[in-house]
Design a protein around this ligand. Structure first.
Ligand code: FAD
Length: 385
């Protein structure tokens, strides 16, 4: 067993760490307070090749392995969790399924522009009436000659307004249950497409999240992604990969929270000594560091299994992806909670970053499959004969 990262992986991690700490960390608190989308930062990330991480080099992407993508996502999230979710959805939930299931024409049309950051991608599965139970979606797609007419509402969609293409799921055959759902590549410029209300969120306030309304939305038949009836397969295989990305995001937020708590504990004095001299605080820091390590190892195991699966040398990695997502997201909440605790009253102030980490970590146990859904997946895999 070898726990070392390769030279290339270390180089990518250090490059992104340096960029994120120098150019992102100083401006993020003010952007987040204003709820402003970090357009300039995303443009710089595109220049660094980080919007093409899942895209092959033939389309101008950087085609990173999953371990490298995790290292990148961790460093971006450490500086700004909102930017991390923007980039994660673009790479893992939008570009990746186009690479995996797209036709030659679809790849030609979208991938190079996505790698350059000219098109930001989104993923639209959730609806007002269903999230975890995605198969019960209400959106409908009816074929009419050379196009489909889509009707329905998608909610909680990351990258609304800024997105140029959405991998969107709708029912094509209501009688076929889970096999009656198909995936489409839908653009905001298509007739019948409009954006609905935006969500006023607890955290991730610099990422844009909202609704997509489809009213007889005309989607060319050539924009069907994969075949009719493959929609849930597209969605679930996308989420398997995306979950490793959410584990990385969780580890990044927790790393930032731990570092702030450690620094604060070393400088703040109480009862004639630093907080870091108090055993109760030392124990909190020890637990935070240990849990962070455990989550990072689960994340790297899932990522390296996914890389081996791509090369055909490994089995399905969804159990490990769910374990990494479940543990890392719940760990992130525990670590952010303790970071606020160590800061005392100051941790409750927007003057200190730990308040933001506490809010940003909260969503990680909910999206891309709530913790309970991850437990169901893990248990199903454990109990399958
Ligand atoms: C900031 C943010 C960004 C998002 N971005 C996107 C996006 O880009 N695209 C997209 O499609 N969606 C997105 N989502 C939606 C997200 O994936 C859903 O919120 C999530 O899947 C949960 O669905 P729900 O909110 O409908 O909760 P529900 O399905 O109503 O579940 C509510 C709670 O019930 C429990 N629960 C549900 N089912 C079970 C079960 N079978 N067993 C035990 N407990 C259960 C869980 O605790 C769960 O949290 C985003 C959400 C947020 C908050």
């Amino acid at each position: 067993m070898d726990f070392r990262l390769s030279e290339e992986q270390l180089m990518v991690r250090d490059m992104v760490r340096e960029f994120a700490q120098r150019e992102m960390a100083p401006v993020v608190p003010a952007l987040e307070r204003r709820g402003e989308y970090p357009a300039g930062i995303v443009k710089r990330l595109a220049e660094l090749g980080l919007l093409g991480m899942t895209i092959p080099e033939t389309y101008g992407g950087t085609a990173f392995d999953t371990v490298s993508i995790c290292l990148v996502m961790e460093e971006i999230a450490r500086a700004c969790a909102s930017t991390a979710v923007t980039v994660s959805v673009h790479n893992s939930a939008s570009a990746a399924p186009i690479v995996k299931f797209g036709s030659a024409i679809q790849k030609q049309r979208y991938l190079a522009a996505m790698a350059r950051g000219d098109i930001i991608g989104g993923f639209a599965l959730t609806e007002p009436g269903c999230g975890s139970d995605a198969a019960s979606m209400a959106a409908r797609a009816v074929r009419q000659k050379d196009k489909y007419l889509l009707n329905g509402t998608k909610s909680w969609i990351t990258n609304v307004h800024i997105g140029g293409v959405y991998v969107l799921m709708a029912v094509t055959d209501p009688g076929a249950g889970r096999r009656g759902i198909s995936a489409f590549l839908v653009e905001p410029s298509m007739p019948g497409f409009s954006f609905g209300k935006d969500e006023d969120k607890m955290g991730l306030r610099s990422s844009v999240t909202g609704m997509i309304n489809l009213t007889d939305c005309e989607v060319p038949a050539e924009n069907l992604l994969g075949e009719e009836g493959m929609g849930l397969r597209v969605a679930f295989s996308t989420l398997d990969g995306g979950r490793i990305g959410i584990a990385a995001q969780s580890v990044g937020i927790a790393q930032a929270a731990f570092e702030e708590a450690r620094r604060y504990a070393l400088s703040r004095r109480a009862f004639g000594q630093t907080l870091a001299s108090l055993q109760a605080v030392r124990f909190m820091l020890a637990d935070m560091a240990m849990e962070l390590d455990a989550a990072r190892l689960l994340m790297l195991r899932a990522a390296s299994l996914k890389d081996r699966a791509v090369k055909g040398a490994s089995r399905d990695f969804s159990r490990e992806a769910s374990m990494a997502k479940l543990y890392a997201s719940e760990m992130s909440n525990r670590v952010a909670y303790k970071a606020v605790q160590i800061h005392g009253g100051y941790g409750y102030s927007k003057e200190y970053n730990v308040e933001r980490y506490y809010r940003d970590s909260r969503v990680t146990t909910i999206y891309e499959g709530a913790s309970e859904i991850q437990r169901l997946i893990i248990a199903r895999k454990l109990l399958a004969s």
